[in-house]
Design a protein around this ligand. Structure first.
Ligand code: FES
Length: 148
């Protein structure tokens, strides 16, 4: 089997998740000095992955760590991504307590049609910490206006 065939086989047997959760693993704690070696997003990512496994959600929701999402002043930062839905980016999360809020929001996000869960249903940290919601390529939505 050549390398291309091996890659195809590996892709075909991999479970496709409903969404991906990106966590910045490079952010320093808020108000930390530039030489602070702490990177709390790494712990948050691992804690989230462990929690998803323990709740049997790890095949639906995949956690990935990213090195900087350009939201450095609002750590911890998380983005939820799913095909055909708005990408939802949230900052100001407390890495020590954010795990369950992320899972709660991920369930709402997954069940929403467009990736914009109702504001009133979101955990408080996902009401206050929104950085951006960004449409996917070619999206059509009532919030998007085509220009002539
Ligand atoms: S270092 Fe985390 S968003 Fe830039």
């Amino acid at each position: 089997m050549n390398d291309k065939a091996k890659v195809m086989t590996s892709l075909q047997t991999e479970t496709t998740p409903e969404l991906e959760i990106y966590i910045c693993g490079a952010c320093r704690p808020q108000n930390a000095s530039p030489d602070n070696p702490e990177r709390p997003g790494k712990d948050l990512a691992q804690n989230l992955k462990d929690a998803l496994i323990s709740q049997s959600l790890n095949e639906r929701f995949r956690v990935r760590m990213m090195q900087c999402m350009s939201v450095c002043s609002r750590a911890a930062t998380v983005s939820l991504v799913s095909p055909g839905k708005f990408t939802f980016t949230v900052g100001d999360l407390d890495p020590k307590t954010a795990t369950e809020d992320i899972i709660t929001f991920a369930k709402l996000y997954a069940s929403s049609e467009d990736g914009i869960p109702a504001w009133k249903d979101r955990p408080v940290s996902f009401q206050k910490g929104v950085v951006a919601r960004t449409p996917s390529f070619g999206a059509t939505h009532q919030r998007i206006t085509e220009l002539n």
